[in-house]
Design a binder for this molecule. Structure first.
Ligand code: 5GP
Ligand code: ZN
Length: 119
């Protein structure tokens, strides 16, 4: 498991920066976004420091698959309304032109009644 000492999300995983935790297991950490765009807005991250989707390789397929498969359960638990009237949005910003600000791979999961702050 690699950590970047200068990475905000590595510090959140290690508890050095507090967060509102949603879920944790041996490889995944999930917490509420500090500036939510939507009534429900949490971030799913690998505990391992992977900078972005641009660094993802076939060896990460299992981990990413487990993160995606976990999203619907957590979205429902956090108050996203049922599909199809409800639902949620998953976003993974990647690189500067992709709008990524924190360079530790994270899956945004957003949901809840409209309107949202962005989009
Ligand atoms: P990005 O633009 O990189 O896709 O999204 C980074 C997200 O991380 C932003 O939505 C921002 O609000 C959130 N964020 C940045 N720093 C912190 C923090 O210290 N704690 C929490 N909970 N969220 C953060
Ligand atoms: Zn990190």
């Amino acid at each position: 498991m690699s950590h970047d000492p200068n990475c905000v999300f590595c510090k959140i995983v290690q508890g050095a920066i507090p967060s509102r935790k949603v879920y944790e297991d041996e490889e995944i950490f999930v917490f509420h976004d500090i500036h939510p765009w939507a009534p429900v807005h949490f971030l799913m991250i690998p505990k391992d420091h992977i900078a972005s989707m641009a660094q993802v390789e076939p060896a990460h397929a299992g981990l990413l698959g487990r993160m995606m498969a976990l999203a619907p359960k957590l979205a429902a638990e956090q108050g996203c309304n049922p599909y199809p009237q409800g639902g949620f949005r998953i976003v993974v910003n990647t690189g500067a032109e992709g709008g990524q600000e924190v360079h530790h791979l994270h899956i945004h999961v957003m949901g809840g009644p409209r309107p949202w702050l962005k989009g």
